[in-house]
Design a protein around this ligand. Structure first.
Ligand code: NAG
Ligand code: NAG
Ligand code: NAG
Ligand code: NAG
Ligand code: NAG
Length: 468
């Protein structure tokens, strides 16, 4: 035992005493900087620090003391670690005293040691301490908030810049009628703080990391909407011009237009349903255009499959714009386009480049998770189609929120097409109730037994006028 930390280093006694000195300096610094907090009894009672600083009791309302406490704790932690490390090194040197006498350390090694082991952690602690924003006694601006919400929860500077509201430049009210714009991040970001900080840790203006999958992971875990970033997104180095519209709808695009690094597959052919290692599970067969071409236009053996022509015939000429809510490669939108109907298709890149494929087909992918209210205004869409996605896995309350949101954006007389909803037989009544609660007009309503205990359910419903 007793091996020195840096066996190759030849350390002098001078170095030992220098470190001892530095160690005490750091310790002294940390105590001095935090003295205020100690004095305030901060570490015993969160409320008291606020009163201590401001006397006025109301100064503490709306200020995130816990986050502040966390930040201070972080600084202390860094200081502790630094001190521990320096002490350990000195102890080890103490043990090797005899050797120390006879060894030299090069200035370069000395410099490296100071930079890496002392200055860096000291700097980090210093920055953390500086970043702490104390409550503003009178509240910020005309609000009762004592500080920007969540500001002390985050350390990475780019996040803090992002969530600090940006005042309008000329000091006037902008066309939204607000004095400033809030860049928001979903509150659940707090739970994936480490990943979010990794995502926002970049050099402004340089290339982003190839980390769309980290971004998507954050989104699906509730950190949604994600902050915007100020780095350049990467693209395929060999990007080809997309096919013209008369060809792109039904042709697999050029694989070179996609960055494949984060997928199991390296091209579109590999995503075929026959390949067990294709990397995605939902929507098997979606990447095979021969199969896709049959959907919604050929008579299927199952009564739950409606034809587009039959659906559009219910409202001739009335269906112009809509949303396809599901997992897919845009085939529904492609077919509808041929009927001069514009459909936006929701897509997440879950194991395969769904967004890129939809876009390369000349259709509009909407990159959105289940977490979010849909970015459409009330009473605007003619059609919502949902397939292959809303299944029996979904929580009933969540589903309720989603259905009300759909109801919100669907215009009176608009159609809700539930396509092969799939669930356990015993759950069917619950789900049916949810669809029926809106009292839509039933154009089609089909339940079909998939197996002994599972059923398919399809419906075509029309939102009634609401004159209230
Ligand atoms: C240490 O450095 C001094 C002068 O720089 C030199 O005279 C001495 O030989 C060195 N000792 C060892 C062990 O390298
Ligand atoms: C804040 O208060 C000032 C002065 O009292 C007032 O001119 C200004 O309009 C207020 N701003 C807001 C956002 O209420
Ligand atoms: C698509 O249109 C272009 C001109 O607009 C034409 O040259 C090309 O032959 C067409 N492709 C097909 C498959 O029809
Ligand atoms: C589907 O079947 C109906 C009758 O069952 C028939 O009238 C129609 O032409 C068929 N459509 C196609 C595309 O085969
Ligand atoms: C779509 O619009 C084009 C141009 O207006 C028209 O020629 C075509 O017949 C329309 N297609 C359908 C299916 O209505």
């Amino acid at each position: 035992m007793g091996r020195p930390c840096f066996p190759k280093l030849r350390l002098s006694r001078l170095m030992g005493s220098l470190q001892l000195m530095l160690g005490s300096l750091v310790f002294f610094l940390s105590i001095a900087s935090l003295f205020k907090f100690y004095q305030a009894g901060f570490f015993h009672n969160n409320e008291e620090i606020c009163r201590h600083f401001y006397q006025a009791t109301d100064a503490c309302d709306g200020y995130d003391l816990r986050a502040l406490n966390d930040r201070v704790g972080e600084v202390l932690d860094r200081m502790d670690k630094l001190q521990e490390k320096l002490e350990r090194i000195v102890q080890e040197m103490e043990k090797e005293r005899a050797v120390l006498d006879r060894t030299n350390i090069t200035r370069l090694e000395h410099k490296r040691f100071l930079e890496q082991e002392v200055i860096k952690p000291l700097y980090a602690a210093h920055i953390s301490l500086r970043q702490i924003r104390m409550p503003v006694a009178g509240g910020i601006r005309n609000t009762t908030w004592k500080e920007e919400p969540l500001i002390n929860t985050f350390v990475v500077e780019e996040i803090r810049k992002y969530i600090t509201p940006r005042e309008n430049r000329v000091g006037k009210i902008n066309f939204y009628g607000t004095e400033r714009i809030y860049n928001t991040i979903g509150h659940a970001c707090v739970m994936v703080k480490k990943e979010l900080e990794e995502y926002m840790d970049y050099d402004v203006g340089s290339f982003c990391k190839d980390d769309w999958n980290l971004a998507q992971k954050l989104m699906v875990n509730g950190c949604d909407p994600l902050p915007r970033r100020r780095c350049l997104t990467r693209a395929s180095r060999v990007y080809q011009r997309p096919y013209p519209m008369n060809e792109s709808l039904w042709k697999l695009p050029d694989g070179r237009n996609v960055r494949w690094a984060n997928y199991q597959c390296g091209n579109f052919q590999c995503l075929a349903s026959k390949n067990p290692k294709r990397g995605y599970s939902k929507c098997t067969g979606c990447f095979e255009m021969d199969k896709e071409k049959l959907k919604w236009v050929t008579n299927s053996s199952l009564p739950v499959d409606f034809l587009i022509s039959n659906v559009l015939a219910i409202k001739p000429g009335e269906i112009r714009i809509g949303l396809d809510y599901g997992v897919g490669t845009g085939t529904f939108a492609a077919r509808m386009r041929e009927h001069n109907v514009t459909i936006v298709s929701t897509a997440l890149n879950l194991g395969a480049p769904f967004n890129e494929l939809i876009a390369l087909r000349g259709l509009i992918p909407l990159y959105i998770t289940l977490n979010q209210r849909l970015p459409f205004f009330d009473n605007t869409l003619d059609l919502i189609h949902t397939a292959g996605f809303m299944d029996g896995w979904i929580d009933l309350l969540l589903m309720d929120f989603i259905l009300f949101d759909w109801d919100r954006i669907l215009r009176p007389g608009g159609l809700l097409w539930i396509d092969r909803f799939f669930c356990k037989r015993q759950d069917l009544d619950d789900y049916m109730y949810m669809f029926l609660q809106f009292r839509y007009k039933k154009h089609k309503w089909v339940v079909y037994a998939k197996s002994n205990d599972e059923v398919y359910f399809s419906a075509l419903l029309e939102k009634p006028p609401r004159a209230i």
